[in-house]
Design a protein around this ligand. Structure first.
Ligand code: F6R
Length: 612
């Protein structure tokens, strides 16, 4: 939440700052602003609303400066307005600061600073830092990095801060605690940013900053220190994403592009996972066979869409590996004294690797002695760095706020983990594992087939655009798919959407059904357990009460009572979510377009939820 960038170099700073903010806007779009160091004074421009408002304000004639900071905001303290927009400036008008996160003790700081004569012009928690830094910089004879080190000691909460001072415009200083900050190493220019997408157009060399580390950049130097001022040797790495991955590539929206990238994302996540002697290769877990055999319980911690991948992990691991799995909403986990022992393995699932709720749950689990494996899409982000091991999904950058390709690759990751454990602990034999693995390999082609026949679904969706409620029904592994379909629709179409387990229908939710209520049913794969038949009864029950029924069903399944049937290719029951999710993504996308909503940046949301 909130995108941050700092720049020092030879370019006119407005250009790389605005370019970076375009790539960071998915992190928040309540306001945007920049501050430039221009010969002994600061130039500050900030506007409520999307980045476009700031860009128009800058059109007149932005001053020439070679350093600056920029921010795109997801509001926490203080509503989205011009005066609450970042950067925030001290009373001398010379020091500017931007912030991602929450300063928990901001009100006591504010009172203390006001009693020292500082006047405030916003309702934000961030402004306190501008005034605090201003005082500390004076105490440190103009050394902004030293001031930042002291400021952090006085702050509680989670934050990334980046600051600039007009008297030393070639210097930009940043710090991170629990929120992300990366350094981009250019040729005669350097960057600080919330993520690498901000500067990927300029450099692929990066440094990840550690917890409570302060960084000071100039056009040619990068110095990192801990809070005691001791130098830290930077660990440089090469960014593997290409700049084109952060472009729309001819699609109208990033979300649509990312939906269509799913066959490749799934295929990439599967590459190299079965050895010649038919063993699932997951060295990434860094667990010996004995350690795997000692697992007594698995707990998945995740939020939102990633939580739905966690629910799928439960079905797959319990079925294949015969190990009990709990799935926990990360924000609830640490507050209820979970039972954790040496036999507990934690799976932390996160696309961004920065979700604060998941990070805090991970820390709690580690502190209680559990081993934590992360499933993550973002290299070197905080969750994988703090986990004991990480299995990276290979979805590439996901820019649209609504998660699509990351989810499908998370599902693949949990299937691989389930198969690996099952093979090691003997719950499945090598032949069974190989058969299931071969089914996984078929999935990219099947997703592609769904995408090639998606046009009628898009047209159908538009006929539902005026509905203000849509219900989703699933059973067994189709239940998380129903929840995901509803979540996507809520966040994109802004309508009431709920997912239910089909069996729960008669225990209350059926009262919601009225004449014309759309109900989307994920029909289970036909199986001797008769689940599909039970769901067919649910179809009749909702139809009898006037619902318009849309069924997602595998090719060949016989269905009565549906107004529309969306066919998906045949796959083993446990793998069906990878396919059944895709039409629901398209449905939510098309509804958002038809209702005139901002698909890539839905209201009130942000891509990385870096506050609790
Ligand atoms: C929904 C969505 C969110 C995220 C959730 C967790 O489309 O994107 O629900 O899934 O905020 O984010 P990560 O996976 O980054 O931890």
């Amino acid at each position: 939440m909130c995108g941050i960038v700092g720049y020092c170099g030879s370019q006119s700073a407005v250009t790389p700052l605005i370019q970076a903010l375009r790539h960071l806007e998915y992190r928040g779009y309540d306001s945007a602003g920049i501050a430039l160091g221009v010969g002994g004074r600061l130039f500050v421009e900030k506007r409520a609303g999307k980045l476009a408002n700031l860009e128009s304000a800058l059109d007149a004639s932005p001053p020439l400066a070679h350093s600056g900071i920029g921010h795109t905001r997801w509001a926490t303290h203080g509503g989205p307005s011009d005066h609450n927009a970042h950067p925030h400036v001290d009373n001398d008008g010379k020091l500017a600061v931007i912030h991602n996160g929450i300063i928990e003790n901001y009100s006591e700081l504010r009172v203390r600073l006001q009693s020292r004569g500082h006047t405030f012009s916003s309702e934000t928690d961030t402004e306190s830092v501008a005034h605090l830094l201003s005082d500390l910089r004076k105490e440190h004879q103009g050394d902004l990095a030293a001031a930042m080190r002291d400021a952090v000691k006085a702050l509680r909460g989670s934050f990334t801060l980046v600051a600039i001072h007009a008297d030393a415009p070639d210097v930009v200083v940043g710090v991170r605690r629990n929120s992300p900050l990366v350094v981009g190493l250019g040729d005669g220019e350097n960057f600080l940013a919330s993520d690498v997408a901000a500067f990927i157009d300029y450099t692929k060399r990066a440094i990840e900053l550690g917890q409570d580390e302060v960084v000071r950049i100039t056009p040619t130097t990068v110095e990192i220190t801990d809070l005691g001022g001791r130098q830290i040797e930077p660990k440089e790495y090469e960014i593997s994403w290409s700049p084109s991955a952060a472009q729309k590539g001819g699609f109208t929206h990033f979300m649509l592009k990312e939906i269509f990238e799913q066959p490749k994302a799934v295929a990439d996540t599967l590459i190299g996972r079965l050895s010649d002697n038919k063993q699932i290769v997951l060295d990434d877990l860094q667990m010996s066979a004995d350690q795997i055999r000692a697992i007594k319980k698995i707990t998945v911690i995740a939020c939102g869409t990633a939580y739905h991948a966690g629910m799928i992990a439960k079905y797959a691991i319990e079925k294949w590996a015969k190990i009990p799995v709990e799935v926990e909403i990360a924000s609830e986990y640490r507050y209820r004294d979970p039972i954790i022992d040496v036999g507990t393995l934690i799976l932390a699932i996160s696309q961004s690797g920065e979700t604060m709720d998941t990070l805090m749950a991970l820390r709690h689990a580690k502190a209680s002695g559990a081993r934590v494996v992360a499933i993550c899409n973002t290299n070197s982000s905080t969750i994988p760095r703090e986990a004991d091991a990480v299995l990276y999904t290979r979805a590439g950058p996901e820019i649209a706020v609504a998660s699509t390709k990351a989810l499908l690759t998370q599902m693949i990751a949990v299937y691989l983990i389930a198969l690996h454990i099952a093979q090691v602990n003997g719950a499945l034999n090598d032949r069974q594992v190989e058969e299931l693995y071969n089914e996984l390999l078929e999935l990219p082609g099947k997703i592609q087939a769904i995408l090639e026949t998606v046009e009628p679904l898009r047209a159908l969706t538009r006929s539902f655009a005026q509905n203000n409620i849509v219900l989703f029904l699933g059973r067994n592994i189709g239940y998380p798919v129903a929840l995901e379909g509803a979540l996507k629709l809520k966040e994109l179409a802004y309508i009431h959407a709920e997912g239910f387990a089909g069996g729960e229908l008669k225990h209350g939710p059926i009262a919601l059904i009225d004449k014309g209520t759309p109900v989307i049913v994920i029909l289970p794969v036909a199986h001797e357990d008769g689940l599909d038949e039970k769901m067919k009864s649910n179809i009749q029950e909702v139809k009898a009460r006037g619902a318009r029924v849309i069924v997602i069903a595998e090719e060949g399944a016989h269905i009565e009572g549906a107004e529309h049937i969306i066919r998906i290719p045949v796959a083993p029951a446990l793998l069906q979510p990878v396919l059944a999710t895709v039409p629901l993504q398209v449905f939510a996308y098309e509804m958002a377009v038809a209702r005139g909503n901002d698909v890539d940046q839905p209201r009130n949301l942000a891509k990385s939820v870096t506050v609790e």
